[in-house]
Design a protein around this ligand. Sequence first.
Ligand code: ZN
Length: 480
Amino acid sequence: MGLHLFNTLTRRIERFEPMAPESRKVGMYCCGPTVHDYAHIGNFRTFVLSDVVRRYLSFRGYEPHHVMNITDVEDKIIARVGETGSTLSAYTRQYEEAFLNDLKELGCLMPHDMPRATEHMEAIIALIQQLVDRKLAYAAADGSVYFSIARYQEAGCCYGQLQKLDFDQMRPGQRVQSDEYAKDAIADFALWKARTPADGEVFWSSPWGEGRPGWHVECSAMSMQYLGSSFDLHLGGEDLKFPHHEDEIAQSEGAGVQEPGKRFVRHWIHGAHLQVEGKKMSKSLGNYYTLRDLLDQGFDGRCVRFVLLSAHYRESFNFTIDGLKGARTALGRIDECVSRLAKLAANAEASDLENQSELTKGFTSAMDDDLNVSAAWAAVFDWVRETNRQIDQASLTAQQAATEHQAWLAVDQVLGLGAGKDSEEEDIPQAIQTMAQQRQEARNNRDWAEADRLRDALKEQGWRIEDTPDGPRPRRIQDI
Ligand SMILES: [Zn+2]
């Protein structure tokens, strides 16, 4: 059926077709972090989503070009730089580095390009100039430059494409300096902000005087510089729909740089919010987590990734510590099944029929359907159950095992869990290993009563002993 994705622009699920179908290349841009602090897990839901979109595009034979900007100049950053007495780059680089480490910990592939706003001033200023030349932007008395929504509409363009806006609430002539103005204020927004004393040493020269760019125009300029004036996919959290993404469309299409009939972006994907323990995440409620908070609690990046990928990206999702604990168990099941398969496959060669695996078929049809991860996980766990059953019944040949293993590795290129690697030793607690060893010694000594006692004791703790080519090893008793 091919990949289908919900498009915020048209409000419906559409078959995804890249702009250049013959080359299979796909340009995708994801609004990156504002590096003023450590990112929280709500932010990471969006970044894990864009990682999976990119990986799934590759899985389906496309060649994604993944661009994610780093917003390293913005209102909040400037405030923090002022408070801490640091320089802009010293302040932002520490959080940029932490962010990239967190991405790696979460198993995300590094975007192909990660442009920093502060290193793209020329492109940003050039774009603002184009808007001024086309009379869609105007300089105010203080040297700030604003985008004129009224003139954009007079030119026949639509403001309010991603979200229906209530123009009755519009206050003509009102302007906003802030990057984060109230969501119902439809007002001219700043492209360039004239330097104020509060900006300290953070400023650049421009045709309109010293100042710095607005946040929205950074994304328009950098996305078009790396992906062209029209590209395939733009991603972000749903909170960015308005005003940020609406303003990106207005700036990019207002500049008139697209070929006739072409849009700035064909396909917009927005990830839904995340709640934590049933509530909006907030520092005052104590449910605000950065990734390092969760690592400190003993969870690892793949558990967090698994949880962030457990719900459909358009549904708001309740992130809980219990969910993370459940993720450990679920990942343990996958790990164990995959390592059993790998063992059985040994050195057998996979047939080239991996696409015929129930896993591949179920996973692909689920993900093709607007990245339906719930159905994709169901396909994964059905396959785990069936594979375990076949191994238990010795009805899987080494070559079949190799083929299924290959199918798993392909699917895991999308899931990014790295499951099945070195999982056995990790998963078996020391006490269980010791009991298993004692049982083996009892058997060697023909002390059957003691061996049986240890077997029952292991069973009580949820383990049984399995004979493997490397000798007996404990295996978790599972109901799947
Ligand atoms: Zn952006």
